[in-house]
Design a protein. Structure first.
Lengths: 178, 206, 378
């Protein structure tokens, strides 16, 4: 979401961008400098191919999936974020792919790392993202009868509670109280 | 024979009160403070009713419900049922530093033999049917302690719609313990409160 | 006629697999974890874990909370190692805002985190003793040590479990004057506690017979499942974020990364016991380097506002990698907060570890991962 501000001249010399660019030849990649790690954006129809290339590449060898999650950017769609790590080369990479709001589908990463299994199940029920060909697409954390709403989306409301005592005491979700 | 009131008792009745002060069954204890009088007054012994007191000295006469309640309150077996953070403080209370054993409170891993259920932690809507089932599996009489803010009303998580806003929505609660999480002393205090409650409501439970 | 005398059928005993439900209320599941075991005789054929009985939306609620208010939710997410959880969160805010933390605050943070690792591992050894069948003794001994550590935490922070003591930029307030003496006092007791554990469990013949060679997982599988922490290091992978990507002052401290060889239940247990000794080493070095100074930067804004950006902070919590993925859009609260929990990923590998072992060992294997359910479900 901040790509437009920082994209023009990102200083990628101190990062592993040159090797990532070599490993991801044939995949559309757009780099971005993060606070700690390098971030690369890959279109969603190529993301699994790119992830597999990053894992099997000898120089990079991203064999460890740290985290897989999603970020709801409201009108800009939902970003699926992969945090990769190499246990022997000791470097990090963040891979992001953007899904449009009207078609939340992406291929599963369980074919690359088995660790993606539960993380994808959690992301699916929290954001409504559909992971194609997931081996076990059941609900994970939700009650079985509450899998129709997606609580981590921005449009999912939190319950209103009654403030019982004191004037001006409110939860910080209430804008006027801030 | 018993039909119809006779006038004889009424005529003889005034005679007995006049005789009674002469032979008092319970000597009046001189009280120095007026407030202490009701507490220090001994139990009135009605002649003929507590006969075995004189026959068998040393036998204590108590109501059966009192005996039952004392038995119940002195061996409360809570079910080991940790839900969240409060479970750690609950375990800490069982352990040697705070030692619930000295109140006769021993953790028991099955609902079938337990008396008390300590709901220690957040009850989610996914967990609520299991909590209700466990409560129903416990034999009567049974009590529930709602430990911590989450079990009482949802606590910090009350705005999230997967969290039950208080365990009293599914099962009746006897004692609420405040705190997030409550200190072990607070849980000890809740057990003492529960023991008082058992003594108060004796005869009505079970 | 003769054909009748011959046995016409070879009778086969057909065995039927039994499904055994374990949890969500079970003394050995360490909370509200449920698994369905498919059992053939005594041998586990399949395990289906069910989680989510403690999913209470900490991530969602943090998105509506000010940065300082979110610290409390981090405590409750990882209640056995609350300092470690707070650390990831406040480090995320510091990285986004580019705040420099004073030295004294960093040393105190390290001491408290390692003490919390000790208390968390004591909880593990005690509970693991119960799982193996040493009821009471190991548990009471480990809780004795936990109480001494918790008393120290209470003196410093005012609470036994939910500290909310780390703040973006440093600490909420300075430690007490007798802090160094008190930590030495606690360490003396803890050292005795560790050798007690060695005597009670590590050298116990029955304990060894039950734990050695059970629930082994190979290093490649463990990495593929995303395991971390002592559970991964027991398989022989020397992956420790304190060493590989040093945060705080860990680069200036001398300590060993403990690894196992077999990756079985005993190694996972023994890695933790050895790690406790390393934690004591770290704390002693920190206490020598601790100097007076400020605990917060000069100018801290009253309302924290982070510039737009995102950061994935990872620290080595007692159970493994505790990651906080924080996305900011320039407001005073995170736009998205994701907690990457070590237990969540470790628990995925449970199925691989358990299949083919006896039912009685399923409990031990689950205990050896050392799960905290509120960290799994969040």
């Amino acid at each position: 979401m901040t790509t437009e501000d920082t994209a023009p001249t990102p200083d990628l010399s101190s990062t592993i961008w040159s090797e990532v660019d070599r490993a991801l030849s044939g995949v559309t990649v757009e780099p971005e400098v993060g606070v700690l790690d390098l971030i690369v954006h890959i279109p969603r129809n190529e993301v699994i191919r790119g992830l597999r290339a990053l894992k099997t590449d000898g120089e990079l060898h991203f064999d460890y999936l740290r985290c897989l999650t999603a970020v709801d950017n409201e009108a800009d769609g939902i970003d699926v974020v992969y945090h990769l790590y190499s246990t022997d080369k000791k470097h990090n990479l963040t891979v992001k792919t953007t899904l449009p709001v009207d078609d939340l589908r992406v291929d599963t990463a369980t074919t690359v790392w088995r660790a993606a299994n539960w993380l994808e199940r959690e992301t699916a029920e929290m954001f409504g993202v559909r992971f194609n060909n997931h081996p076990d697409p059941r609900t994970l954390l939700m009650p079985e009868d509450m899998d129709d709403t997606f609580p981590l989306r921005k449009d999912h409301p939190l319950a209103e509670i009654q403030v019982l005592q004191g004037e001006g005491i409110a939860f910080p979700g209430d804008e006027e109280a801030m | 024979m018993a039909v119809g009131p006779t006038t004889e008792p009424t005529t003889t009745a005034p005679a007995t009160p006049t005789e009674a002060p002469a032979v008092p069954m319970t000597p009046a204890i001189p009280t120095e403070h007026p407030n202490e009088a009701p507490r220090l007054t001994p139990v009135e012994l009605v002649p003929g009713k507590a006969l075995y007191r004189s026959v068998l000295p040393g036998v204590m006469q108590v109501p059966a419900d009192l005996l039952l309640a004392m038995g119940r309150k002195s061996s409360l077996w809570p079910m080991t049922f940790g839900l969240a953070c409060c479970a750690i403080e609950m375990i800490a209370t069982y352990m040697s530093h705070y030692d619930l054993d000295r109140f006769g409170i021993v953790p028991w891993p099955s609902p079938r033999q337990s008396d008390v259920m300590i709901v220690a932690g957040t009850v989610t809507k996914k967990m609520a049917p299991a909590v209700k089932l466990l409560y129903e599996q416990m034999p009567n009489p049974k009590w529930v302690i709602s430990m911590g803010a989450c079990a009482t009303n949802g606590g910090p998580y009350t705005r999230y719609d997967r969290v039950l806003q208080g365990v009293d929505n599914v099962i009746p609660v006897d004692v609420y313990v405040p705190g997030c999480p409550p200190r072990p002393e607070a849980l000890l205090d809740s057990f003492i409160a529960l023991q008082d409650l058992i003594m108060e409501e004796r005869g009505s439970v079970g | 006629m003769t054909a009748d005398l011959q046995p016409q059928h070879e009778y086969e005993f057909e065995t039927q697999d039994i499904f055994v439900n374990m949890g969500p209320q079970h003394p050995s599941t360490h909370g509200v974890f449920r698994m369905v075991l498919e059992i053939d005789g005594e041998v586990v054929r399949n395990v289906v874990p069910y989680i989510g009985y403690l999913h209470r939306g900490a991530e969602k609620l943090c998105e509506t909370m000010d940065y300082r208010q979110g610290i409390g939710f981090m405590d409750r997410t990882e209640y056995l190692a609350a300092f470690n959880a707070e650390l990831s969160y406040v480090m995320g805010v510091e990285k986004l805002m580019d705040i420099e933390v004073p030295d004294r605050a960093q040393w105190i943070r390290m001491i408290l985190c390692e003490l919390n690792r000790l208390s968390s591992h004591f909880m593990f050894t005690g509970a693991f003793g119960v799982d193996v069948g040493v009821f009471g003794t190991a548990f009471t001994y480990s809780f004795r040590e936990r109480e001494t550590i918790q008393d120290l935490f209470e003196e410093i922070t005012g609470d036994r479990m939910m500290y909310a003591y780390f703040r973006p930029g440093g600490l909420a307030w300075d430690v007490t004057d007798n802090f160094v003496a008190r930590v030495h006092e606690v360490l003396k007791s803890v050292r005795q506690g560790i050798s007690d554990m060695d005597g009670l469990l590590t050298e116990n013949e029955i304990f060894l017979a039950r734990t050695k060679g059970v629930g082994a997982i190979a290093a490649a599988d463990a990495i593929d499942w995303g395991m971390s922490g002592p559970s991964l290091r027991a398989s022989g992978v020397p992956l420790d974020i304190r060493r590989d990507e040093p945060y705080l002052k860990y680069s200036e401290i001398d300590f060993d990364v403990i690894t196992g060889t077999e990756g079985d239940v005993f190694d996972r247990y023994y890695c933790r016991v050895q790690e406790m000794r390393q934690s004591i080493r770290i704390i002693e070095q920190c206490l020598e380097r601790l100097e007076d100074g400020p605990i917060l930067p000069e100018r801290m804004p009253r309302m924290l506002r982070t510039p737009p950006g995102e950061v994935y902070i990872r620290t080595e919590a007692p159970r493994g990698e505790y990651g906080v993925y924080m996305v900011s859009n320039g407001g005073n609260r995170p736009w998205r907060l994701k907690v990457r929990s070590a237990c969540f990923s470790n628990l995925q590998a449970l199925r691989d570890m358990t299949i083919g072992h006896y039912v009685a060992d399923a409990v031990i294997i689950l205990g050896s991962i050392d799960i905290v359910l509120s960290e799994v479900d969040r």
